[in-house]
Design a binder for this molecule. Sequence first.
Ligand SMILES: NC(=O)c1ccc[n+]([C@@H]2O[C@H](COP(=O)([O-])OP(=O)(O)OC[C@H]3O[C@@H](n4cnc5c(N)ncnc54)[C@H](OP(=O)(O)O)[C@@H]3O)[C@@H](O)[C@H]2O)c1
Length: 281
Amino acid sequence: MTDRSAGKVVLITGASSGIGEALAREFANRGAAVALLARRAERLDALAAELHALGRRALAIPCDVTRDGDLEGAVGRVMAEFGRLDVAVANAGFGVVGNLADLSLDDYRRQFEPNVFGVLRTTYAVLDALTLSRGTLVLMGSVSGHLAAPSASAYAMSKFAVRALAGALRGELAPRGVGVVLISPGFVHSEISRVDNHGRFHPQAHEPSHRRFEMSTERAARQIVRAVSRRRRERVITAHGKLAVLLARHTPRLVAWVLERGRVSRTEPGRKDQAHRAGRS
Ligand SMILES: NC(=O)c1ccc[n+]([C@@H]2O[C@H](COP(=O)([O-])OP(=O)(O)OC[C@H]3O[C@@H](n4cnc5c(N)ncnc54)[C@H](OP(=O)(O)O)[C@@H]3O)[C@@H](O)[C@H]2O)c1
Protein backbone atom coordinates (compact mmCIF):
# COMPACT_ATOMS: atom_id res chain seq x y z
CA MET A 1 0.00 0.00 0.00
CA THR A 2 1.38 3.43 -0.94
CA ASP A 3 1.86 5.83 1.94
CA ARG A 4 -0.19 9.03 1.59
CA SER A 5 2.97 11.10 2.13
CA ALA A 6 4.81 9.42 -0.77
CA GLY A 7 5.62 11.86 -3.56
CA LYS A 8 4.48 14.87 -1.51
CA VAL A 9 6.66 17.93 -0.89
CA VAL A 10 6.77 19.02 2.76
CA LEU A 11 8.27 22.22 4.19
CA ILE A 12 9.08 22.23 7.93
CA THR A 13 10.24 25.24 9.95
CA GLY A 14 12.32 24.41 13.02
CA ALA A 15 13.73 21.24 11.41
CA SER A 16 17.14 21.49 13.09
CA SER A 17 16.04 19.79 16.33
CA GLY A 18 13.24 18.23 18.35
CA ILE A 19 9.82 17.66 16.85
CA GLY A 20 10.66 19.33 13.52
CA GLU A 21 13.75 17.17 12.97
CA ALA A 22 11.83 13.98 13.81
CA LEU A 23 8.98 15.06 11.52
CA ALA A 24 11.45 15.58 8.67
CA ARG A 25 12.76 12.00 9.11
CA GLU A 26 9.24 10.57 9.35
CA PHE A 27 7.95 12.34 6.22
CA ALA A 28 11.15 11.53 4.29
CA ASN A 29 11.04 7.85 5.29
CA ARG A 30 7.47 7.71 3.96
CA GLY A 31 8.66 8.94 0.57
CA ALA A 32 8.11 12.70 0.81
CA ALA A 33 10.64 15.31 -0.32
CA VAL A 34 11.42 17.57 2.65
CA ALA A 35 12.53 21.20 2.84
CA LEU A 36 14.36 21.76 6.14
CA LEU A 37 14.23 25.29 7.55
CA ALA A 38 15.88 26.72 10.69
CA ARG A 39 18.68 29.11 11.64
CA ARG A 40 21.42 26.54 12.42
CA ALA A 41 22.59 25.71 8.89
CA GLU A 42 25.16 23.10 9.98
CA ARG A 43 22.46 20.99 11.65
CA LEU A 44 20.22 21.23 8.58
CA ASP A 45 23.12 20.22 6.32
CA ALA A 46 23.86 17.20 8.53
CA LEU A 47 20.20 16.09 8.48
CA ALA A 48 19.94 16.60 4.71
CA ALA A 49 23.15 14.56 4.22
CA GLU A 50 21.75 11.77 6.44
CA LEU A 51 18.52 11.67 4.39
CA HIS A 52 20.37 11.81 1.04
CA ALA A 53 22.47 8.83 2.15
CA LEU A 54 19.19 6.90 2.60
CA GLY A 55 18.08 7.88 -0.90
CA ARG A 56 15.58 10.51 0.31
CA ARG A 57 15.04 13.98 -1.20
CA ALA A 58 15.90 16.81 1.21
CA LEU A 59 16.80 20.47 0.86
CA ALA A 60 18.43 22.46 3.69
CA ILE A 61 17.41 26.13 3.69
CA PRO A 62 18.81 28.39 6.44
CA CYS A 63 15.96 30.65 7.51
CA ASP A 64 14.94 32.84 10.44
CA VAL A 65 11.15 32.99 10.87
CA THR A 66 11.48 36.34 12.65
CA ARG A 67 13.01 37.96 9.54
CA ASP A 68 10.74 39.39 6.85
CA GLY A 69 11.49 37.87 3.46
CA ASP A 70 13.28 34.69 4.62
CA LEU A 71 10.19 32.49 4.20
CA GLU A 72 9.38 33.86 0.72
CA GLY A 73 12.96 33.12 -0.33
CA ALA A 74 12.70 29.61 1.11
CA VAL A 75 9.42 28.85 -0.69
CA GLY A 76 10.98 30.14 -3.95
CA ARG A 77 13.81 27.63 -3.52
CA VAL A 78 11.37 24.79 -2.78
CA MET A 79 9.34 25.56 -5.91
CA ALA A 80 12.53 25.78 -8.01
CA GLU A 81 13.87 22.48 -6.64
CA PHE A 82 10.72 20.36 -6.24
CA GLY A 83 8.13 22.22 -8.38
CA ARG A 84 5.31 22.08 -5.82
CA LEU A 85 4.45 22.27 -2.14
CA ASP A 86 1.86 19.99 -0.53
CA VAL A 87 2.36 20.39 3.23
CA ALA A 88 3.81 23.28 5.25
CA VAL A 89 4.50 22.78 8.96
CA ALA A 90 4.85 26.04 10.93
CA ASN A 91 6.72 24.44 13.81
CA ALA A 92 9.60 26.79 14.76
CA GLY A 93 9.30 28.26 18.23
CA PHE A 94 10.55 28.42 21.80
CA GLY A 95 9.24 29.31 25.27
CA VAL A 96 9.74 32.41 27.41
CA VAL A 97 9.48 31.45 31.10
CA GLY A 98 8.75 33.71 34.05
CA ASN A 99 6.18 35.57 36.11
CA LEU A 100 4.80 38.75 34.56
CA ALA A 101 6.49 40.80 37.31
CA ASP A 102 9.89 39.44 36.24
CA LEU A 103 9.32 39.87 32.51
CA SER A 104 9.18 43.01 30.37
CA LEU A 105 7.20 43.98 27.28
CA ASP A 106 10.30 43.06 25.27
CA ASP A 107 10.13 39.48 26.61
CA TYR A 108 6.52 39.18 25.43
CA ARG A 109 7.40 40.72 22.02
CA ARG A 110 10.38 38.34 21.68
CA GLN A 111 8.04 35.41 22.42
CA PHE A 112 5.46 36.50 19.86
CA GLU A 113 8.02 37.05 17.06
CA PRO A 114 8.70 33.37 16.23
CA ASN A 115 5.66 31.74 17.85
CA VAL A 116 2.98 34.01 16.36
CA PHE A 117 4.43 36.32 13.69
CA GLY A 118 6.78 33.56 12.49
CA VAL A 119 3.74 31.32 12.02
CA LEU A 120 2.00 34.14 10.15
CA ARG A 121 5.07 34.79 7.96
CA THR A 122 5.15 31.07 7.13
CA THR A 123 1.42 31.06 6.36
CA TYR A 124 1.62 34.08 4.00
CA ALA A 125 4.68 32.65 2.24
CA VAL A 126 3.19 29.20 1.55
CA LEU A 127 -0.42 30.17 0.79
CA ASP A 128 -0.23 30.43 -3.02
CA ALA A 129 1.73 27.19 -3.35
CA LEU A 130 -0.68 25.33 -1.04
CA THR A 131 -3.65 26.72 -2.96
CA LEU A 132 -2.16 25.36 -6.19
CA SER A 133 -1.72 21.88 -4.67
CA ARG A 134 -4.88 22.03 -2.49
CA GLY A 135 -2.43 21.17 0.24
CA THR A 136 -2.31 21.25 4.05
CA LEU A 137 -1.12 23.92 6.47
CA VAL A 138 0.01 22.50 9.83
CA LEU A 139 0.26 24.86 12.80
CA MET A 140 2.24 23.82 15.89
CA GLY A 141 0.18 24.78 18.92
CA SER A 142 0.46 23.27 22.37
CA VAL A 143 -1.53 22.05 25.35
CA SER A 144 -0.56 25.54 26.58
CA GLY A 145 -2.91 26.82 23.87
CA HIS A 146 -5.74 25.35 25.98
CA LEU A 147 -4.66 26.20 29.51
CA ALA A 148 -2.29 28.80 30.93
CA ALA A 149 -0.04 27.80 33.84
CA PRO A 150 1.53 30.34 36.21
CA SER A 151 4.95 31.53 34.94
CA ALA A 152 4.03 30.55 31.39
CA SER A 153 1.88 33.54 30.41
CA ALA A 154 4.06 34.61 27.46
CA TYR A 155 4.26 31.11 25.98
CA ALA A 156 0.59 30.29 26.63
CA MET A 157 -0.53 33.60 25.09
CA SER A 158 1.45 32.78 21.94
CA LYS A 159 -0.06 29.29 21.70
CA PHE A 160 -3.63 30.50 22.39
CA ALA A 161 -3.03 32.87 19.45
CA VAL A 162 -1.91 30.00 17.21
CA ARG A 163 -5.05 28.02 18.14
CA ALA A 164 -7.21 31.06 17.32
CA LEU A 165 -5.43 31.42 13.97
CA ALA A 166 -6.03 27.76 13.14
CA GLY A 167 -9.73 28.10 14.00
CA ALA A 168 -10.22 31.16 11.80
CA LEU A 169 -8.12 29.89 8.89
CA ARG A 170 -10.02 26.59 8.59
CA GLY A 171 -13.09 28.43 7.28
CA GLU A 172 -11.08 30.98 5.28
CA LEU A 173 -8.93 28.43 3.46
CA ALA A 174 -11.54 25.70 2.89
CA PRO A 175 -12.83 27.36 -0.33
CA ARG A 176 -9.25 27.18 -1.69
CA GLY A 177 -9.09 23.48 -0.86
CA VAL A 178 -6.37 24.08 1.74
CA GLY A 179 -6.71 22.07 4.96
CA VAL A 180 -5.58 23.38 8.35
CA VAL A 181 -4.33 20.97 11.01
CA LEU A 182 -3.56 22.14 14.54
CA ILE A 183 -1.09 20.02 16.55
CA SER A 184 -1.21 20.49 20.33
CA PRO A 185 1.56 18.55 22.07
CA GLY A 186 1.98 17.98 25.79
CA PHE A 187 5.52 17.25 27.01
CA VAL A 188 7.72 15.90 24.19
CA HIS A 189 11.42 15.23 24.74
CA SER A 190 13.11 17.94 22.64
CA GLU A 191 15.60 20.75 23.24
CA ILE A 192 12.92 23.31 24.17
CA SER A 193 13.56 23.14 27.91
CA ARG A 194 17.24 24.00 27.29
CA VAL A 195 16.46 27.15 25.32
CA ASP A 196 16.50 30.41 27.30
CA ASN A 197 14.18 33.42 27.12
CA HIS A 198 16.25 34.84 24.25
CA GLY A 199 15.94 31.69 22.14
CA ARG A 200 19.53 30.58 22.86
CA PHE A 201 20.23 26.87 23.28
CA HIS A 202 22.17 25.77 26.43
CA PRO A 203 23.46 22.22 25.82
CA GLN A 204 24.56 21.82 29.45
CA ALA A 205 21.26 22.94 31.05
CA HIS A 206 19.73 20.36 33.37
CA GLU A 207 16.69 18.38 32.27
CA PRO A 208 13.36 19.47 33.81
CA SER A 209 11.51 17.31 36.33
CA HIS A 210 8.59 16.45 34.01
CA ARG A 211 10.82 14.15 31.89
CA ARG A 212 9.02 11.02 33.09
CA PHE A 213 5.86 12.22 31.29
CA GLU A 214 7.63 13.04 28.06
CA MET A 215 6.93 11.34 24.73
CA SER A 216 9.80 10.74 22.31
CA THR A 217 9.99 13.03 19.28
CA GLU A 218 9.87 9.96 17.01
CA ARG A 219 6.55 8.79 18.44
CA ALA A 220 5.14 12.32 18.35
CA ALA A 221 6.23 12.65 14.71
CA ARG A 222 4.46 9.41 13.73
CA GLN A 223 1.22 10.67 15.30
CA ILE A 224 1.57 14.09 13.66
CA VAL A 225 2.15 12.63 10.19
CA ARG A 226 -0.94 10.41 10.61
CA ALA A 227 -3.02 13.44 11.66
CA VAL A 228 -1.75 15.43 8.67
CA SER A 229 -2.49 12.67 6.16
CA ARG A 230 -6.04 12.40 7.57
CA ARG A 231 -6.40 16.19 7.69
CA ARG A 232 -7.52 16.09 11.34
CA ARG A 233 -8.72 19.49 12.64
CA GLU A 234 -6.65 19.13 15.80
CA ARG A 235 -4.46 16.42 17.26
CA VAL A 236 -3.47 16.60 20.91
CA ILE A 237 -0.23 14.63 21.45
CA THR A 238 0.49 12.61 24.66
CA ALA A 239 -1.98 11.02 27.06
CA HIS A 240 -1.38 13.62 29.78
CA GLY A 241 -1.94 16.34 27.16
CA LYS A 242 -5.28 14.83 26.14
CA LEU A 243 -6.37 14.58 29.77
CA ALA A 244 -5.34 18.20 30.46
CA VAL A 245 -7.25 19.51 27.42
CA LEU A 246 -10.32 17.45 28.33
CA LEU A 247 -10.30 18.71 31.93
CA ALA A 248 -9.66 22.31 30.83
CA ARG A 249 -12.72 22.09 28.56
CA HIS A 250 -15.11 20.39 30.99
CA THR A 251 -13.82 21.28 34.47
CA PRO A 252 -12.06 24.65 34.07
CA ARG A 253 -12.40 25.58 37.74
CA LEU A 254 -10.75 22.34 38.87
CA VAL A 255 -7.88 22.90 36.42
CA ALA A 256 -7.45 26.49 37.60
CA TRP A 257 -7.35 25.26 41.21
CA VAL A 258 -4.69 22.65 40.41
CA LEU A 259 -2.57 25.06 38.37
CA GLU A 260 -2.65 27.68 41.11
CA ARG A 261 -1.35 25.19 43.68
CA GLY A 262 0.75 22.46 42.11
CA ARG A 263 3.21 24.06 39.69
CA VAL A 264 5.68 22.08 37.61
CA SER A 265 9.26 22.92 38.58
CA ARG A 266 10.96 24.87 35.79
CA THR A 267 13.95 27.21 35.70
CA GLU A 268 15.01 29.29 32.73
CA PRO A 269 18.18 27.69 31.33
CA GLY A 270 21.31 29.81 31.80
CA ARG A 271 19.90 31.81 34.74
CA LYS A 272 20.95 30.51 38.14
CA ASP A 273 19.56 33.50 40.06
CA GLN A 274 15.99 32.68 39.21
CA ALA A 275 13.66 30.02 40.55
CA HIS A 276 10.73 30.34 38.18
CA ARG A 277 8.44 27.39 38.26
CA ALA A 278 6.48 26.76 35.13
CA GLY A 279 5.41 24.26 32.50
CA ARG A 280 6.13 24.84 28.81
CA SER A 281 4.14 22.21 26.93
N1 LIG B 1 8.62 19.76 23.24
C1 LIG B 1 7.46 20.01 23.80
O1 LIG B 1 7.19 19.51 24.91
C2 LIG B 1 6.46 20.89 23.10
C3 LIG B 1 5.16 20.94 23.60
C4 LIG B 1 4.22 21.73 22.98
C5 LIG B 1 4.54 22.46 21.85
N2 LIG B 1 5.82 22.41 21.38
C6 LIG B 1 6.13 23.24 20.19
O2 LIG B 1 6.80 22.44 19.23
C7 LIG B 1 7.58 23.30 18.40
C8 LIG B 1 8.98 22.69 18.27
O3 LIG B 1 9.62 22.72 19.52
P1 LIG B 1 10.55 21.54 20.05
O4 LIG B 1 9.95 21.05 21.29
O5 LIG B 1 10.87 20.59 18.99
O6 LIG B 1 11.83 22.40 20.49
P2 LIG B 1 13.32 22.46 19.96
O7 LIG B 1 13.94 21.12 19.96
O8 LIG B 1 13.97 23.54 20.73
O9 LIG B 1 13.14 22.92 18.42
C9 LIG B 1 12.77 24.24 18.09
C10 LIG B 1 13.08 24.47 16.63
O10 LIG B 1 12.65 25.80 16.27
C11 LIG B 1 13.70 26.43 15.56
N3 LIG B 1 13.64 27.88 15.73
C12 LIG B 1 13.58 28.59 16.88
N4 LIG B 1 13.57 29.90 16.59
C13 LIG B 1 13.63 30.01 15.25
C14 LIG B 1 13.68 31.11 14.35
N5 LIG B 1 13.66 32.38 14.78
N6 LIG B 1 13.73 30.86 13.03
C15 LIG B 1 13.76 29.58 12.56
N7 LIG B 1 13.73 28.50 13.35
C16 LIG B 1 13.67 28.73 14.68
C17 LIG B 1 14.98 25.83 16.15
O11 LIG B 1 16.04 25.90 15.20
P3 LIG B 1 17.25 26.97 15.19
O12 LIG B 1 17.61 27.27 16.61
O13 LIG B 1 18.31 26.23 14.44
O14 LIG B 1 16.72 28.14 14.43
C18 LIG B 1 14.56 24.38 16.32
O15 LIG B 1 14.74 23.68 15.12
C19 LIG B 1 7.57 24.68 19.06
O16 LIG B 1 6.63 25.50 18.39
C20 LIG B 1 7.08 24.38 20.47
O17 LIG B 1 6.43 25.48 21.07
C21 LIG B 1 6.78 21.65 21.98
